[in-house]
Design a binder for this molecule. Structure first.
Ligand code: GTP
Ligand code: MG
Length: 184
């Protein structure tokens, strides 16, 4: 095409990836950014970062800055610093562990109490039920209808994901970026 690259604008989007210990935050990011998965669990300490460039439309390049927040940070007091200037969040639980689903509202509450959009509205957040490749463990039948839960608690969408099998990772992140880009 004949577009002039100097006419492209770049948008930097700071996106938080939050949820309890071991739910798969780092794995989802590694799958999304590097197309890799490891069974090996190494807990994140503090915060980690990853970037991904998206050719959004003919005049916009999106630079996604993913903030991989350690699950153990929910008990610390650094989240206020980490959340600053974020424009969206992926809130993740592990579909095989009910306690991680119960923690979702704690993470969402922590998020909404510490960061908001310029107009005071909450930042868009998408809910991810990860490890859906392991649903044979039977927790899913005990989950409330995620459709209703998502609406009642102000999420813009929800997905069952697997970092292992690469299920719905792109779709979930695309949903979030679309919500963020629609804000302006
Ligand atoms: P913290 O950094 O401690 O907060 O954990 P985390 O949320 O970053 O979890 P991490 O990505 O390190 O994954 C924890 C464990 O779950 C690892 O052993 C991963 O291999 C495993 N895991 C992550 N995603 C999936 C998945 O979709 N399916 C399966 N079966 N295992 C997964
Ligand atoms: Mg991690």
């Amino acid at each position: 095409s004949s577009h002039n690259p100097t006419m492209q604008q770049e948008r930097l989007l700071k996106v938080l990836v939050i949820g309890d210990l071991g739910v798969g935050k780092t794995s989802i990011i590694k799958r999304y950014v590097h197309q890799i998965f490891s069974q090996h669990y190494r807990a994140t300490v503090g915060v980690d970062f990853a970037f991904k460039l998206l050719n959004w439309d003919h005049k916009t390049v999106v630079r996604l800055q993913l903030w991989d927040i350690a699950g153990q940070e929910r008990y610390g007091n650094m989240t206020r610093v980490y959340y600053r200037e974020a424009v969206g969040a992926l809130v993740i639980f592990d579909m095989t562990r009910a306690s991680t689903f119960q923690a979702v509202l704690k993470w969402k509450g922590d998020l909404d109490s510490k960061v908001a959009l310029g107009n005071g509205r909450p930042v868009p957040a998408v809910l991810l039920g990860n490890k859906c490749d392991q649903l044979s463990t039977g927790l899913c039948s005990k989950l409330p209808k995620l459709e209703n839960f998502t609406r009642d608690h102000g999420f813009v969408g929800w997905y069952e994901t697997s970092a292992k099998d690469n299920t719905n990772i792109d779709a979930a992140i695309m949903c979030l970026v679309e919500s963020i880009m629609a804000v302006e």
